[in-house]
Design a protein. Structure first.
Length: 157
């Protein structure tokens, strides 16, 4: 396995560099929650959840608002991870590449089936990038390559 490009955000760190600094300092992103959160007083929140650029990803604002936050994060950070790797995401259009995501069900409910489904998280990114191999979401992040595994259909993923 090789990590070629990375992107992400966690509570207390808006990008990978800030996350590394958080780890080095021995701190975490847990803090007091705003009063509208009930049941617990402390937790971790990701900044900028309202900053998703729906039009960049060719989505209507209505559809973007109905999407599970994980779908928005995978679109944003999948794209940014490609840029971090030095890959122009637009050059992947039509290529035999796939997207494989480990996504745990969260019980997110919304008026939109496609917006609430964890099953299509990888497909959102694969569709946006116009890839010609599958977008697969599973409840775990490890994919084993084997003769009949979907992963083996891809030249790269």
């Amino acid at each position: 396995m090789a990590v070629i490009g990375m992107s992400g955000c966690v509570p207390g760190a808006d990008d990978i560099d800030a996350f590394w600094q958080l780890l080095l300092s021995g701190q975490d992103g847990v803090s007091e929650l705003p009063p509208e959160f009930t049941g617990t007083r402390r937790g971790g929140l990701i900044n900028g959840k309202d900053a998703f650029d729906a039009l960049f990803f060719v989505l209507s604002p209505l559809e973007a608002n109905a999407m599970h936050p994980h779908q928005r994060l995978v679109l944003e950070h999948g794209y940014l991870a490609l840029l971090d790797a030095g890959i122009n995401p637009k050059r992947l259009a039509g290529e035999p590449a796939g997207v494989f995501i480990g996504a745990e069900p969260t019980g997110f409910f919304q008026d939109s089936f496609t917006g609430a489904s964890e099953a299509i998280i990888a497909s959102r990114l694969a569709y946006f990038l116009n890839l010609k191999r599958p977008g697969v979401s599973r409840e775990y992040g490890l994919f084993l390559v084997g003769g009949g595994d979907t992963f083996s259909l891809c030249e790269f993923a």
